[in-house]
Design a protein around this ligand. Structure first.
Ligand code: KIV
Length: 276
């Protein structure tokens, strides 16, 4: 495949894509960041969903700053043209705006991220202001915010009543005024996502929020078919890597057991014509 040189997506450039069709993927390390970038995404998010997909936790809550930093650094080594956004893990930004600035600063300074994402609506306004004042670009995230799973009593679609929908619109407006450059809308009815998208001048990025957002984000592992169990209805799977990986690993194990691997052509010898 011929790789085409792309213009670097900056925060300002990302904001100009309002009304366009922004494509974002949540991936967690070097090679998937390289491939997502080569596929042309506008932003690579190193999401804290890695707690479940990469680290085997039951929720995103146990994910630590150190775990996030390790993955953000790996993705940053991909030197993507896409904007690189680091997710802030649970309890790294909720305690105080000062702590949020300190931890978000680490994502840029040590991790190599170009922006951070935090979950929460109007209650996060002071934190967003503090991050913006520290020149740390911040993306908001409202609706079915997975870090609030225990508050919600499960992964439930949010904003289904008129009152809850109004609160979400207010949250988005508040995040925009506080200084967010974009906002993720997760797990909300598409009509509510449309209203939010029309109510703010920053891009809205949907996941389970229908087609009227300015952009979409999916978890790379879902797109690739690398997850165990049922996937939510908003996921479109573009590959079945779990089956492909299982088949490849099983054939390898069989070949070793049968004595078919390695062959002499896969072994070194003393002959001078051995090339490597
Ligand atoms: O953690 C994550 O991957 C996310 C996206 C799905 C928005 O927050």
């Amino acid at each position: 495949m011929i790789s085409v040189e792309r213009k670097k997506v900056t925060v300002a450039g990302f904001m100009k894509k309002k009304g366009g069709r922004i494509a974002m993927l949540s991936v967690y390390e070097y090679i998937t960041a390289v491939l997502a970038d080569r596929a042309g995404v506008d932003a690579v998010l190193v999401g804290d969903s890695l707690g479940m997909t990469m680290l085997g936790y039951g929720t995103t809550l146990p994910v630590t700053m150190e775990e996030m930093l390790c993955h953000v650094k790996a993705a940053a080594r991909a030197k993507t043209s896409a904007l690189l956004i680091a997710d802030m893990p649970f309890m790294s930004f909720q305690v105080s705006p000062e702590e949020a600035v300190r931890n978000a600063g680490r994502m840029l300074k040590e991790g190599g991220a170009e922006a951070v994402k935090i979950e929460g609506g109007s209650c996060m306004a002071k934190t967003v202001e503090a991050l913006a004042a520290a020149k740390i670009p911040v993306m908001g995230h409202i609706g079915l915010t997975p870090q609030a799973v225990h508050k919600f009593g499960g992964y439930k679609v949010q904003g289904r009543t008129a009152e809850a929908a109004k609160a979400l619109v207010e949250d988005a407006r508040c995040l925009e005024s506080a200084g967010c450059f974009a906002v993720v809308l997760e797990g909300i009815p598409y009509e509510v996502a449309r209203e939010i998208t029309e109510s703010v001048s920053i891009p809205t990025i949907g996941i389970g929020a229908g087609p009227h957002c300015d952009g979409q984000v999916l978890v790379g592992h879902d797109v690739l078919g690398l997850v165990e169990g049922r996937t939510p209805r908003f996921v479109r799977r573009y590959a079945d890597l779990k089956a492909a990986v299982l088949e490849a690993f099983t054939r390898y194990v069989d070949d070793v057991r049968k004595g078919d691997f390695p062959g002499l052509e896969e072994s070194y010898g003393n002959a001078q014509d051995d090339k490597d």
